[in-house]
Ligand binder design. Structure first.
Ligand code: ADP
Ligand code: MG
Length: 362
């Protein structure tokens, strides 16, 4: 995490495949990196100063290749502008469809029993928000503020104790499991730790096949075709089907997690800290993939993160959560420029490197 290093270290050494490729005083390294790999890392990391947004820019990526003699090679793919015509149209569509949101939460409350059920902890306390088709809504807030609890309640992995969770107008809260099942495939989840959420005893092909079988895709040939297509779409080779989750790197595992979420062709993906466990170069690859998928498939995202710079890049609208409540909401262009709520300002000030970057900018 370059932001943390910038804030805490006097000197920095950059390591690549077993070798230190560059060493310098922190300020020098961040101002004038010499090695192409260091510059790649700096380019791929997000911050709150550069006004990068997914509608304008694809993030730079570092691609690693290990050559036959064991030495490490890499290439830096620079950031690239996205064409904005489609987006202008899509934004207009989104604006038009606010009347018919894909997902609409109203006054959602979620309680956890505590001390053997004698008391309860209110983890989510009256949250209302809406997501339009094709929109990316960011949800930020400190660890423990209730983000994951809210996302689990949307999938009804935890019960809501009050409020409504409407998917295309149908309130999921009172539905029986049997009534809920056909609606489930429309909303899928991507987790922070794909490894923990993938069955270690099943090959990737079996994992994806099971998802389809359980959801009623009975035609085996149709399942095979869909699995091959989705692996290709997330950038994995067809041979991945025969391999087990532990044979993949962290970034590839997250591609598997995304494939599993997409194989049912949902309209909405809930991404709960999907890049928080990945280093900056892999993080950029996964964010670019999510943006591409959104464009190709018209997906909407609820993108949850404690990392403001990631949400700043990826979200159209942002909600800030504190202690179970939404304390501030805004368009991505406004919320960072002029945060109204003291908590949002506190979050911004807590971003490593931000104060020093402010000073540099000044
Ligand atoms: P976040 O995802 O924002 O870090 P969580 O939704 O995981 O926050 O947690 C919100 C609050 O609910 C925290 O106080 C946490 O300790 C509590 N909590 C989370 N899961 C459970 C659970 N299964 N049982 C009881 N309390 C829980
Ligand atoms: Mg969480």
């Amino acid at each position: 995490d370059l932001g943390v290093v910038a804030q805490h270290a006097d000197r920095v050494a950059v390591m690549l495949a077993g070798r230190v490729v560059e060493q310098a005083a922190t300020s020098q390294l961040f101002a004038r990196a010499e090695h192409a790999y260091t510059r790649g890392l700096l380019g791929a990391s997000l911050n709150l100063v550069d006004d990068l947004h997914y509608r304008g820019w694809k993030l730079p990526e570092i691609r690693h290749v290990r050559s036959d003699d064991g030495s490490a090679a890499f290439s830096v793919i620079p950031r690239a502008p996205y064409s904005s015509e489609d987006d202008a149209r899509r934004e207009a569509d989104n604006a038009a469809s606010v009347d018919a949101p894909l997902l609409s939460l109203h006054d959602v409350r979620i309680d956890y029993p505590q001390r053997h059920g004698k008391t309860t902890l209110r983890a989510v306390d009256g949250v209302s928000l809406q997501i339009a088709p094709g929109e990316t809504v960011g949800l930020v807030g400190e660890s423990g503020c209730g983000k994951s609890t809210l996302s689990k309640a949307i999938l009804r992995l935890v019960p809501a104790s009050g409020g409504q969770i409407r998917l295309r107008g149908t309130d999921l809260v009172p539905l029986r499991e049997r009534e809920l099942r056909p609606l489930r495939r429309h909303v899928q989840m991507v987790f922070q730790d794909p490894y923990a959420s993938l069955n270690p005893r099943r090959t990737v092909g079996e994992i994806l096949d099971t998802v389809l079988v359980v959801n009623g895709v009975s035609d085996a040939r149709r399942r095979r075709t869909r699995i091959a297509a989705i692996l290709d779409r997330v950038g994995l080779p067809g041979s991945a089907q025969q391999r087990f989750p532990h044979e993949f790197s962290g970034g590839q595992r997250q591609r598997i997690g995304i494939a599993r979420a997409l194989v049912l062709e949902p309209d909405l993906l809930i991404c709960d800290e999907p890049v928080s466990a990945l280093d900056v170069s892999i993080q950029a690859q996964i964010l670019n993939l999510l943006v591409d998928l959104k464009r190709d498939l018209g997906l909407a995202y609820l993108f949850i993160s404690h990392d403001l710079s990631v949400v700043r890049y990826i979200a159209d609208r942002v909600h800030v959560m504190q202690a179970g409540r939404i304390v501030e909401s805004g368009d991505h262009r406004e919320i960072w420029r002029a945060p109204q709520h003291p908590y949002t300002r506190t979050l911004l000030d807590a971003v490593p490197g931000r104060k020093s970057e402010d000073a540099r900018a000044a």
